[in-house]
Design a protein around this ligand. Structure first.
Ligand SMILES: Cc1cc2nc3c(=O)[nH]c(=O)nc-3n(C[C@H](O)[C@H](O)[C@H](O)COP(=O)(O)O)c2cc1C
Length: 215
């Protein structure tokens, strides 16, 4: 067996850095999410990166990494192309799953919820805060469309930049945000002997029910 394959088989992290204080859990999962995110941002690169899973109209699941741009007690916001594969999936079935993994804290957060498009005004606001190159890029890319192998984006970017020269770059209407309203949020904290701490918040008639799960 090659060395790196042996490494995969035997790579073992000892999870012993933190624990969940089951006696002092906040009522709302977003309070704990907020605390964990704040800590992760201090130590992890791209702590706002998460995996979004969707399901297609053919029942095929699909996952990809995105960046969280905002969150509050109502939900979790990200931005993307409204004609992308994920957007098509969401149009057909807006049940989605988000997964955050923060290795330096040996933590995972799993969220299940419903994705809804945010207001155009809010997408406009965020779009206008992005670097100009990213704004122009959003006009150039038809995200997830099949394109010729020899596609050169430099020319397309230049043409688009010329089009917007001296003008504000408006948000393309097929680019904007989604907010995921959580139904369930699970916090996972790695612990020794694989006896990890898990706590799951589930929305039950408007209030959050709390369960500890076996590792
Ligand atoms: C670190 C990282 C961050 C990303 N952030 C975003 C993002 O915020 N929005 C987005 O549309 N794609 C983002 N992507 C690209 C997506 O993973 C994906 O390739 C793209 O959205 C197309 O997905 P789809 O074809 O399933 O719709 C990111 C990728 C990585 C690796």
């Amino acid at each position: 067996m090659s060395d790196f394959k042996k490494k995969i088989k035997h790579l073992r992290e000892d999870f012993n850095r933190y624990k969940i204080d089951f006696k002092n859990l906040p009522e709302h999962p977003v309070s704990l999410f907020s605390k964990w995110m704040e800590q992760a941002l201090e130590k992890n690169d791209e702590a706002n990166a998460f995996v979004l899973s969707t399901v297609s109209d053919k029942n095929t699941p699909s996952s990809r990494v995105l960046l969280l741009r905002d969150f509050d007690t109502k939900g979790f916001t990200f931005f993307t192309n409204y004609k992308s594969i994920k957007a098509n999936d969401i149009e057909n079935n807006n049940n989605v799953a988000l997964n955050f993994y923060w290795p330096k804290f040996q933590r995972q957060v799993r969220i299940i919820g419903l994705a809804e498009k945010i207001l155009d005004l809010d997408s406009d606001k965020y779009f206008s805060s992005r670097p100009r190159e990213s704004q122009i890029g959003a006009w150039v890319s038809q995200q997830s469309a099949i394109i010729p192998l020899d596609t050169a984006f430099a020319n397309k970017m230049q043409n688009m930049a010329n089009k917007f020269k001296g003008k504000k770059v408006e948000r393309p209407l097929n680019w904007g945000g989604y907010k995921v309203m959580p139904k369930s949020v699970e916090f996972w904290q790695g612990r020794p002997s694989r006896l990890h701490d898990r706590v799951r918040y589930t929305l039950d008639k408007g209030s959050w029910k709390l369960d500890r799960l076996s590792p």
